[in-house]
Design a protein around this ligand. Structure first.
Ligand code: 4AD
Ligand code: MG
Length: 455
């Protein structure tokens, strides 16, 4: 049985016979002995293996260079040298796969851009190994957060015929051959109608909230928006809770507790992986996260936010005017410079928001909310949904949506409608926030962005 290196490093006693395997990080030869640092991805730490020239397999020691894969059997003993508590005295060692001299990760200190070009190998570095272990553990934490609150996990479809956000930024799904020349109609296509990759699981999530009460989705979503920024990807993971019998206040409260829960998880639950981000990415990371975990967030209406921005005296690139969308520079100034803490902006003008948001009594604004965090900007977007049948139908007409296509959505308002609310959290943006990583391409295993679909 192979032991994980993380378990061996946490051992409380010596062991006569263990089996471990991993990739060589470094090898040093001295006085007939080889000292190998092995990493198996189970944790950041390496297992030091000492192999003497006589043991079975030692004839291949010279080939066990950085990047090679190795399997080892031996004794787990207290380490003689400093730096580690335990080490393995090998009784046999086996070369599984060589890594010739052109292995690109021989040296440390590669640029993020170079590492993106070898995204298939970058998880073998300390930083990206930690990144993707943190990503895994944060995913578990998301599920735990909802399980503790008795939310049901719903798998909403990836292929859909609806456009939740109404922004038209969708990838088409078709089996028709675009180069066949002859124009064909959707009737001939696989689904007999136009189909796309989902931009959000919300609409289907609402259907289930209107039956199971509190639900959430956690899955991939797709946006064909041609924005080449450090915060946008064409494929990203979104977490979307939806709550029946809930209003905007309850929605903002859940978003705030979820951000805090995940921040605390990042601080406490990462098996030491977070320290590497503090060391190499963001020196103030821990302090910043502790502040977020321990202090209430700010809440400000869109109208107030516009006033504050206008009075700021700052010259922004994009105009600040009631009725215009807040741009990332505005959002970041509000949360970074003005409030200096995570900030939820709510009640936006109805003209700039999708059809499903609940109209306020002022007839001008809808119950939208965006949670902004320093360094990133928008991390969560959500709203209370329009539950009144007549108002919803008016909204849909205003947005030019066909009643026929969305009859199933309207049904939830026709039969036993309830106030309900939800939001979407961008998982990659949350990961950027808790690790300090500056580019969304570095927190997702294989980034899809305009012009890039490698691997
Ligand atoms: O604000 P958005 O577009 O909201 C929705 O899709 C709603 N239907 C969610 C809901 O109410 N259930 O997206 C939600 C979040 C954003 O706040 C952002 O964090 C993230 O998803 N996001 C992206 N992340 C990475 N790349 C992109 N292109 C993103 N677009 C949105
Ligand atoms: Mg949004």
């Amino acid at each position: 049985m192979r032991s994980l290196i993380r378990d061996l490093l946490l051992s409380t006693a010596t062991a006569e016979s263990i089996h471990a395997a991993g990739w060589v990080r470094t090898r040093r030869d001295s006085k007939g002995f080889s000292f190998l640092e092995l990493n198996d991805g189970s944790c950041m730490g390496n297992l030091q293996v000492i192999a003497d020239a006589g043991i079975p397999g030692s004839e291949d020691l010279a080939k066990m260079s950085t990047g090679a894969s190795v399997s080892v059997e031996g004794k787990l003993v207290a380490s003689q040298g400093g730096g580690q508590a335990w080490e393995v005295q090998a009784t046999s060692i086996r070369l599984l796969g060589e890594a010739p001299d052109d292995f690109p990760l021989q040296k440390k200190g590669h640029s993020p851009e170079f590492l993106r070009s070898i995204a298939h190998l970058r998880p073998r570095t300390n930083l990206y190994g930690a990144m993707f272990r943190v990503r895994s553990r944060m995913s578990h934490a998301v599920h735990r957060f909802f399980a503790e609150r008795h939310f049901h996990y719903i798998h909403t479809p990836i292929i859909t015929a609806s456009d939740c956000e109404g922004a038209g930024e969708m990838f088409r799904v078709t089996t028709l051959d675009p180069v066949a020349g002859k124009a064909k109609s959707y009737a001939e296509d696989f689904f007999g109608k136009a189909a796309h990759l989902t931009v959000s699981g919300q609409l289907e999530g609402e259907l289930f909230a209107c039956a199971l009460g509190n639900i959430y989705t956690f899955g991939p979503t797709f946006r064909a928006e041609n924005s080449n920024t450090s915060r946008h990807a064409a494929e990203f993971w979104m977490i979307e809770p939806e709550m029946a019998f809930c209003d905007l206040q309850g929605d903002m409260d859940l978003a705030e507790s979820m951000v805090k829960y995940l921040v605390k998880e990042a601080l406490d639950g990462q098996d030491g992986d977070l320290s590497i981000f503090e060391k190499f990415v963001d020196k103030g990371l821990r302090e910043r996260l502790e502040f977020v975990a321990d202090n209430p967030f700010e809440r400000v209406s869109y109208t107030e936010a516009v006033e504050i921005l206008k009075k700021s005296g700052k010259s922004f690139e994009y105009p600040v005017e009631y009725g215009l969308n807040l741009q990332s520079e505005h959002e970041r100034w509000l949360t970074e410079e003005h409030f200096k803490k995570p900030t939820t902006v709510f009640n936006y003008p109805k003209e700039i928001k999708p059809f499903y948001m609940r109209l306020n009594d002022d007839d001008k604004t809808v119950t939208a909310m965006d949670l902004l965090v320093p360094g990133i900007g928008e991390i969560v977007g959500g709203s209370q949904r329009e539950e009144r049948l007549d108002v919803l139908i008016e909204n849909m007409e205003r947005h030019g949506l066909s009643m026929e296509d969305y009859a199933w959505y309207v049904d939830t308002r026709k039969y036993g409608t309830v106030p309900h609310a939800g939001f979407g959290m961008g998982f990659e943006r949350m990961l950027m926030f808790v690790t300090g990583m500056q580019n969304i391409r570095d927190v997702i295993p294989f980034a899809r962005t305009p012009g890039h679909c490698e691997f």
